[in-house]
Structures are given as structure tokens and as C-alpha cells.
Design a protein. Structure first.
Length: 239
């Protein structure tokens, strides 16, 4: 008979279990520019037939591409570039108005041709790896993105088969809708109200707020607050 109150240990590996990647160094990397450190993690699929083929390509100086990690469909983890270094996986693009994504990110390639689901062992390794990278570099859930997020039109990986909701449910990633800085959203509302009231001149948020305050609340200063919405007959839940 089992004692009441004692829980069976989960067989699922926790995100804190240390991962031991197979070191397969790629010559395709350089230093991160402008003293940048990783604040993003970019997820890719290889669009190749096997992990072996992908490894070869990611380590071939002729192709000038790489990633920090490759995860095989059986969950095997290879590391090709040190996290401190700048791997060549992202290319041209932008996220949150920032460019040079390679200097700001860790790149993870998933062995997948792009037209089939991602395997369970592969997703399990990915979740562990994401948890550990996020802890090492303080990457937020909103910083876990797909290649297609930063290079729309040009790239479509990790593609429609990738299970983002699985990562979102564990707070490993966040949906794009939840991604927004609440402050940005409040400012968006403020800007819309101000525009409807006549403030259509093209200025940045700070200048707009200053102008509205000059007219209606000249004594106010500091960040956007609830009272800034009152001249427009609107109220918000701002503290
Ligand atoms: Zn990619």
C-alpha cells in the first residue's frame, strides 16, 4: 500500500537537468558586435533530410552559416558555436525595431525538413535547452521567436507544424499578442485618442505626451498616467 501524501517522481526530465551537448565546432562564427549579449533565442528548422547533412552544412566554411545548437529528431543535442560568440543563423531582418539579430541571439536549428511534425524527444530537448539558455542570459519568454518572426516574407521556419502553444503553455515562449510591452499598448491608445482629438502631427510618443500635457495638464510630468487620458473623455486602468 502506498502512503498517502507521497507523490511519485515524475519521469519527465526537468528543465534544470544539465544537458550535455555533443561539441561539434563550426568555423562559422565571430564576436558579438557592440558588446551585445543574447536577449533573443531564434528557432529554425534545417529544411534538410537529416541531422548529419545539416551538421555538415552548418560546419562548412563555404556556406557561411551556423547556429549555436542543432537538435536531432531523436533529441540528440549538438553544440556548434559557444553561446558567447555570434553564430550566423538569422541573416537580414529585425525584431522589436532592432537589427543585427545574430549579435543579440542564440540560434537553435531543429532537424526537420519542414513538412512534418516535430518529434517528442526533439521538443523535450528543446524545452530543456530553452529553459537553460533563458536562465543563463535572462531571456524573457517574449524573446523566444521564430526565424519567420524576424524575417517575414524571406523565411518561414520553424513553420506551421511547430507547436508554439506547447511552449506558451509552459511560459517558455509568449504569444505575439502577449508579447507587447503593456506601456506600448497604453501609448498606442493614448496616441489614437490624441489623433482623434486633432494631434495628427508626426512626433514621437514623448513629444506627443508633452504637447497634450502643455495644453491640459501643464503641471504634470513623468511617465504616462491615467489622468493623461482624461482630456479625451476616456479612462483606463492605469495605476
Ligand atoms: Zn532559419
Amino acid at each position: 500500500m502506498r502512503a498517502v501524501g507521497i507523490q511519485a517522481r515524475s519521469a519527465v526530465p526537468s528543465t534544470t537537468d544539465p544537458l550535455t551537448p555533443i561539441w561539434r565546432p563550426s568555423p562559422n562564427f565571430g564576436p558579438r558586435r557592440d558588446g551585445l549579449t543574447p536577449s533573443l533565442i531564434v528557432i529554425h528548422y534545417t529544411a534538410m533530410q537529416s541531422a548529419a547533412a545539416a551538421l555538415e552544412r552548418l560546419c562548412d566554411p563555404v556556406h557561411e552559416v551556423s547556429a549555436h545548437y542543432l537538435i536531432g529528431s531523436d533529441g540528440t543535442l549538438w553544440q556548434l558555436v559557444r553561446e558567447e560568440d555570434r553564430a550566423w543563423h538569422a541573416g537580414a531582418g529585425s525584431w522589436c525595431k532592432k537589427t543585427d539579430i545574430n549579435s543579440r541571439s542564440i540560434g537553435i536549428e531543429l532537424d526537420n525538413a519542414g513538412n512534418h511534425p516535430f518529434s517528442e524527444p526533439q521538443m523535450t530537448t528543446l524545452e530543456q535547452l530553452l529553459g537553460q539558455i533563458k536562465a543563463r542570459w535572462s531571456v524573457k519568454p517574449s524573446g523566444v521567436i521564430g526565424h519567420s518572426d524576424m524575417a517575414p516574407g524571406r523565411k518561414s521556419d520553424p513553420g506551421p507544424r511547430f507547436d508554439w502553444s506547447r511552449l506558451e503553455h509552459q511560459s517558455i515562449a509568449s504569444t505575439i499578442g502577449f508579447n507587447k510591452d503593456p506601456k506600448d499598448e497604453q501609448f498606442h491608445t493614448f496616441r489614437t485618442l490624441a489623433r482623434n482629438a486633432g494631434y495628427t502631427a508626426d512626433v514621437d510618443d514623448e513629444a506627443l505626451l508633452a504637447a497634450v500635457r502643455l495644453r491640459f495638464r501643464p503641471w504634470a510630468n513623468g511617465p504616462l498616467e491615467s489622468a493623461d487620458f482624461e482630456p479625451f473623455g476616456s479612462s483606463t486602468n492605469l495605476g
